[in-house]
Structure formats: C-alpha cells, structure tokens
Design a protein around this ligand. Structure first.
Ligand code: SF4
Length: 424
C-alpha cells in the first residue's frame, strides 16, 4: 500500500504475553465457509481449547475437529502421516458434504515435525473431485487468535483464479477481504454496487466453489485489520490495495466507502448520496452511548489486532480517552489511515504482561479491553473489563452495527452501575 509511514512513538515489548492462539479463529471461520471443515492436527490441549471455546454442537454435524497426534519420536512420523490419512479418509467417507478441508497446524512438537503442506497435497490428490484439501498454521507459537484467519485467507488468496486478458472482463472489480457476518457483507456489497461498482466479490466465500475470480484490474480492500499476510499475497498476485480506515463506527464506515469510491473514480455526489442515509443513522444511534462513554478512560491490552481501529472509533465517535493502545504487532502501512486520526495516544506493540499490568494499574482506567486470561484477575481488583474476543464474535462493522459496537463498551458500565458488581 502507498500510504505514508507515520512517525508515531511506540513502546515495543518482547516478554511473556497472554493471547489466544490462531486455532480460535476456527470458531467464526467454520460458520462463514459453510461447506468447509477444519481439522486441527494437534494435541489434547488443542482439542480442549476448540471444544470449550466453540461449545459442543449437539444438533448439527460439527464442522471442526481435532486429529490428536500423540507423542512420537522422529521415527514415528510415518505412523503420524498414516494416522492423519486414515482420519481424513474416514471423515470424508462419512461426510461427503465437506467440499473444502483445512488441515490446521498447531504448536505441539509432534505436530511441528509433520509436513502439513505435503500432507495436504497428498490428501488433495487422494480426494480430488470430492474435496479440496488446504492447510495453514494456527500454532500458538506463530499466531495470535485473529492471525489464524489471516493464515487461512492467505492460503485462499493464493488459490483464487487470476484471469488474464481477454477473459479478465469477467473478473471482480472489487474484492472485500475479511470474514464478516453475512448480513454485514450483504450491506457492504449493496453499498458498493449503489456507488456504481458492478462486480463485488468477497473473501472468504460462503461456499468452497464460490472462490472469487480476479484479474489484473481487480482492487481489494480489507474489512478486517489483521490480514497482513493475505494482503501481501493479494498484492503479490497483482491486485491493487485500496488504503482506508476500517469500517468500524459511522465515520469509519463512511471513510471506508469513500476510499472505495475514490479508488474507482466514482463521482463524489453519488458516493455521498449512497452513504449519507447510513451515516446519519449510524451517528444518531451512537448518541445515547456517547453519554455513557464520553470522558471515560480506556486501556487496551494487545489481543485481537482490532485495537487501533477500535481506539480511533472510541476516541473520535464516542469521546473516550485513550490511555494505552496495545497491539500484538503493528503494520504501519495497513494502519496508516487509522494512526493519522489518533490523537495523544500511547501505542505499545508486543507484550511484557507484568510491565503492562503495572502501567495499567498505575493509570487506573475506567475500562480495560483484554483477553479472558487477564479479565478475571483485573475484575477481582475492581477494574472493569471487556473481553476482546467478543469483538470478533459480534457483528460490529458498518453503519447499522455502530451502536451495537458502542454497546459492547457501554454495557460493562451499565451493569456495574445497575448491580454494583463486576460484569461482562
Ligand atoms: S496450538 Fe498450541 S497454544 Fe493453541 S491450543 Fe494447541 S497447544 Fe495450545
């Protein structure tokens, strides 16, 4: 992306950190790609995480599972591959509805020794015509929880069909990138089409056979801020990125749509006419939350990678005061438009959790956004918290979800005031 790099001060820390691993993203990805199955190649710990985070589905056929690879030494690799092949064959024989199978790597040493890329190739050959087999890593050593989606979408981005001239006229004009709830995705596609952009596709698709078709003129825009690797793959394949703020809040969504309009040279009057009803609704819906949140001081621990766009939304649209905004990693180019709007903020990248907890306690914020592991101890100290993982499970993008997004931050204050106890 061509956005300017900004000179903003950042505390960089490399110490103990408290984040979920990339396996967690399976929880929302499996709902999005409706005929995909996510097979975690992992340990009992991974199986436990997935089961407890996603809940056990009783009435539906599950679309994720864990192939448990027990402790083996290097000489046992052949057995582990055989075991994996057996599990996959059994699964696909029982579930012919699975059209896309992801082998998801994890961090136990027995799994690291397995070459999942080769396993995906081997199994893809075996099940050609029935099920496509891909792989990515959700390992806690390499990924925080939203990076699991990035790794998954980067694989899909490398796989989408790139049409050359003269067939390129059938390619998408615009690709919206990032997993969104269907109703939010539909709203965005409709708004883009109302601005005069005819062929709008989305990544990930809702079904495995609906992978977008792109061409040399296709532009893409990120809807989620954690898609660094996916963005890199798409650029490498010749697609042009549209640099923008992220569509959180009324103003963020308006900026995101304006950036699309401008990338496609749409007349400003048409763009404004398209977005103004939603912008007005979004602004109005935030008023009641602003009365609760304005002037409240907020501290973000690094977790979801949504922290910077959310901080901008809370400061700009709800009048909150940012104390520290922690991110797992900072991509200044992808975040350039957001960083340009932040005022007087302390950013931190990475984590040394004890030092950050010290800074947090010293600042005594009104609200802390953090992972589950930190929320309970902080609540016990009387600090109000918001679980960052809720922000990726809820529809929070776009004009009509702006109030729901604000409500996620207002609710802890409301509950605390009503019942006088810590609450999520
Ligand atoms: S991938 Fe690693 S961090 Fe994630 S659940 Fe499995 S063992 Fe734990």
């Amino acid at each position: 992306m061509n956005a300017p790099l900004l000179p903003i001060e950042v505390i960089r820390e490399r110490g103990q950190h408290e984040v979920f691993c990339g396996l967690t993203s399976i929880i929302w990805l499996h709902r999005k790609i409706q005929d995909a199955f996510f097979l975690v190649v992992g340990s009992r710990t991974c199986a436990h995480l997935i089961q407890s985070a996603a809940g056990v589905m009783i009435f539906a056929e599950p679309r994720f599972a864990t192939a448990i690879i027990d402790e083996r030494d290097l000489s046992g690799i052949a057995d582990a591959n055989e075991e994996l092949d057996r599990v996959v064959s059994q699964l696909l024989a029982r579930r012919p509805d699975i059209k896309l199978l992801f082998l998801v790597g994890s961090c136990p040493s027995e799994v690291i020794k397995l070459d999942l890329e080769r396993a995906a190739q081997r199994l893809g050959e075996q099940h050609r015509g029935q099920t496509k087999v891909m792989h990515y890593s959700g390992s806690g050593i390499e990924t925080t929880f939203t990076q699991g989606e990035d790794a998954c979408l980067a694989g899909l981005a490398a796989d989408i069909t790139l049409l050359a001239e003269p067939q390129a006229s059938a390619a998408a004009d615009l690709l919206i990138v990032g997993s969104l709830p269907d109703q939010v995705e539909d709203q965005f596609v409709e708004l883009c089409q109302a601005m005069g952009i005819a062929r709008v596709s989305c990544l990930p698709p809702r079904r495995a056979n609906q992978l977008p078709t792109v061409g040399p003129a296709t532009k893409f825009i990120l809807a989620q801020p954690f898609l660094n690797e996916t963005s890199r793959v798409l650029e490498q394949r010749g697609l042009t990125p549209v640099a923008a703020c992220f569509p959180f809040g009324a103003e963020g969504t308006a900026r995101w749509l304006r950036a699309i309009g401008s990338a496609f040279d749409r007349p400003a009057a048409q763009v404004e006419a398209t977005l103004s009803p939603g912008l007005a609704r979004g602004r109005k819906s935030l008023e009641r939350h602003r009365t609760v949140l304005a002037g409240k001081r907020i501290f973000f621990f690094p977790d979801s990678q949504l922290e910077i766009p959310l901080a901008r939304f809370l400061q700009e649209e709800l009048g909150m005061i940012l104390i520290e905004v922690g991110v797992p990693y900072l991509n200044r180019q992808i975040m350039a438009a957001e960083l340009a709007l932040l005022e007087g903020v302390q950013l931190s990248e990475g984590q040394d959790v004890d030092r950050q907890l010290d800074r947090c306690r010293a600042a005594s914020p009104d609200l802390v956004v953090c992972g589950l592991g930190l929320a309970n101890p902080l609540e016990a100290e009387g600090i109000t918290t918001k679980w960052s993982i809720e922000l990726v499970f809820s529809p929070v993008h776009g004009f009509d979800q702006a109030a729901d997004l604000a409500a996620l931050f207002a609710r802890p204050f409301d509950r605390r005031q009503r019942i006088g106890t810590p609450a999520q």
